[in-house]
Design a protein around this ligand. Sequence first.
Ligand SMILES: Nc1ncnc2c1ncn2[C@@H]1O[C@H](COP(=O)(O)OP(=O)(O)OP(=O)(O)O)[C@@H](O)[C@H]1O
Length: 267
Amino acid sequence: MVFWKKNSSALPAPSFAQGAGIAFKNVTCMDSEGQRAIVSDVTCDLKAPSTAVLGLNGSGKSSLLKLVNGIYSPAFGQVLVDGVEVAGHEAAVRSRVGLLFSNPLAQLIMPTPTEDVELSLRSIIADPVERKARALELLESRGLGHRAHASVYDLSGGEQQLVALTSVLAVEPSILLLDEPTTLLDLRNRSRLIDLLGTLDQQLVISTHDLELAETCQQAIIVSNGRVIAQGAGPEMVTIYRNWCAVGFPDEETEPAGQQSAGSKRA
Ligand SMILES: Nc1ncnc2c1ncn2[C@@H]1O[C@H](COP(=O)(O)OP(=O)(O)OP(=O)(O)O)[C@@H](O)[C@H]1O
């Protein structure tokens, strides 16, 4: 696996085609040791306003998201974001693609919400006074004004998630990748987050085990053993996925129910 190369920003600024979406072209990504494909020959276009990525634990969902914003690089094939290949343009792509982790503490790196959002704004607002004012305004708009100067460790999980989302959205990316965004939330905060996602202008790609959330997405893909094995309308894919979870996936050998293990069998 190849990680982001710092000198990529030296390349000429690429011209993005707004709305072209995400394209995987015969993408294979190897694990850190280069021994095993964690994503195998994936070809698909993600253009819908919202796409759910469904799959069992370890099927490769997060790895697909990491390929889109250049945290992981393909060993073979190409990943395109709005018509621009991610490899070689990682910095430019990251300014267009926000990624929200399932555990907000994995991405809140500053001591307080205000400082975290300010850090995010550094790339677009040079003046520190203006930056702080904007950070406070954004936190206020998400109902977090009263927690703006608290320690991020003193926030509830739901508040941490909202701060992380505020930081990611502060730079107005055109695509938002969300990795299991509802996993750590209670029912109320889960509903609030789903409602909030419905108001965003960004193209959303959501890796999730939350099938109700997946049903709200226009599109869904089903990932199994690092391959995209189905793509279609969100609700239709959820029905198919539920069935495969019960009876076995097409690329698994038949095993007695309850004994199937993710990643252990190949078609
Ligand atoms: N950097 C890495 N080095 C080695 N193996 C990796 C790496 N990243 C992912 N993997 C492996 O690739 C497989 C897919 O991982 P991934 O995190 O993409 O799955 P997932 O579908 O998101 O799983 P979950 O639903 O449990 O979060 C797993 O077996 C995982 O251990």
